[in-house]
Design a protein around this ligand. Sequence first.
Ligand code: DX5
Ligand code: ZN
Length: 219
Amino acid sequence: MGIQITPSILNADLARLADEVARIPSADMVHVDVMDNHFVPNLTLGVPVFESLSKATDLPLDAHLMIEDADRWAPAYVEAGAASVTFHIEAVRAPVRLAREIRAKGARASMALKPATPIDPYEDLLPELDMLLVMTVEPGFGGQKFLDLCLPKIRRTRELIAKHGLEMWLQVDGGVSLETIERCADAGADVFVAGSAVYSADDPDAMIRELRAKAEAAS
Ligand code: DX5
Ligand code: ZN
């Protein structure tokens, strides 16, 4: 599949969601941050808004669920139109059952790790997943500083994907910018969330193309 740029709309104008998504036609997917004020100290949007956005764009939606009780809510995001659904390992009770349910409903299943969560205990789960998300900030807010300490985990995850001969994608999220994307690509990431970098740019779609070029050069 190669390099993919998946802008986060967290820092977009949330009163004009459809217009904001229309500004990023070069995006491979639109990354939608769902926060419940329990798993993270911030609150964004839920299934009804997600479903409306899905009807308002032809771009695939990438749901990043930063919520407790992901077992209960993740399937609803597939029904609401998500192409990919990411749950946090720290917030799920039955990750294998949930990944299978997401796939059976027709979406890609993805699992996220917070910065302090290691990948190695979950090696055997990788074949159940279509994407692994390595957070490079503490989840909850856009505009935070990229944590370089997560780079070895990106590299390790890429090794494990190769060891098992898997086709899965490796996504990074948090502080990804023109300054940090090369380090992530060099470590083995191939799907890049960028929130403030894209939506604080004068031309968000041009920023996507610049990020893509940097990542392709470094991968
Ligand atoms: C943070 C979210 C991110 C966030 C990224 O918890 O998961 O998707 O929007 O924003 P930036 O790119 O500004 O760090
Ligand atoms: Zn996110």
